[in-house]
Design a protein around this ligand. Sequence first.
Ligand code: KDG
Ligand code: MG
Length: 403
Amino acid sequence: MHTIVDARVIITCPGRNFVTLKITTKSGVYGLGDATLNGRELAVASYLTDHIVPCLLGRDARQIEDIWQFFYRGAYWRTGPVTMTAIAAVDVALWDIKAKNANMPLYDLLGGASRTGVMVYGHANGKDMDETIAQARHYKDMGYKAIRLQSGVPGLASTYGVSKDKLYYEPADSARPTENVWSTSKYMPTVPKLFAAAREALGWEVHLLHDVHHRLTPLEAGRLGKDLEPFRPFWLEDCTPAENQAGFRTIRQHTTTPLAVGEVFNSVWDAKQLIDEQLIDYIRTTIVHAGGISHVRRIAHLAELNNVRTGFHGATDLSPVCMGAALHFDLWVPNFGIQEYMRHTPETDAVFPHAYTFSDGYLHPGTAPGHGVDLDEALAAKYPYRAASLPVNRLEDGTLFNW
Ligand code: KDG
Ligand code: MG
């Protein structure tokens, strides 16, 4: 009855590419897991189809932990975004099945609701400060309690993270990567000005966030954090690349602005020093890119011991399946901080009918058994895969840059 009899990868592009794993058991119950890795969708699809599915068929779907360990420890080549995204898809699909069999919403199976809703933040983007503030007002009017502010930088033609879309966020804009130009000296003074204007326009009740997208050195990040302190930011995100975790000690020595990191992490090992030494305040590692619920749960527990809260990545390139699973996790996890929420297009929402709802700045995962997100396969088949890459950055002298 619990034997896995089918596991299939479904790729669809209702505006952007999404990869979904569908696992079915002998009794006919199925579960869905997101396997989308922006710009590398086909690599994960191949990893699943060629290496995981043949080992999954015939296993007992109830043995989530053993299956997770098999694919993690048994792979020899451990961790990495492609591997961990593929493992996450299996893990989330199996949790979905377990919760459906138990006739429980996933959050109940995890330990029950710890809060009535999940506070989310959206992105206010603008080509300049005025446009960003106008967009932030719009989010506030929609009920958002937290808003990320990103603005174009005078003198730079385009800036990563400042998308033309307003409610969605899609930086993968062409098959071959677009090349943006970056200047730290042009960027640095713009952010405190933006925050000063935002406090003036929006008041002090609303939480304000900013994403640096890994563009600064630790010392520069410390300076930016200090410059932002008077405006009480909720967090400063990805202010420096985190491969060198010790670099965050420098930032901590210079600022009390809370720090958020981890959307590109795929394992607890990427964050261990940051969390152990309390060098960050929010861990952003997502369920889809870090081995699923089984592994992110370990990261969250380690974080809890060190006063670090969760703040999961939730841009438009994470599918509704990931969002559904994340919201169940968020509703349960004791050390929840905030959840990013950039919406999906109506086409995507139609392909992935879901139980989660937004109201007054909070999302709720709904009470449907499982994670509450489904996939309309017939509709999905109408949107074939389209290659799209994330941009790269160069400095003004042409140096390829991405710290
Ligand atoms: O795929 C990459 C995007 O999801 C990323 O640029 C989004 O930085 C991001 C964010 O914080 O949402
Ligand atoms: Mg980010």
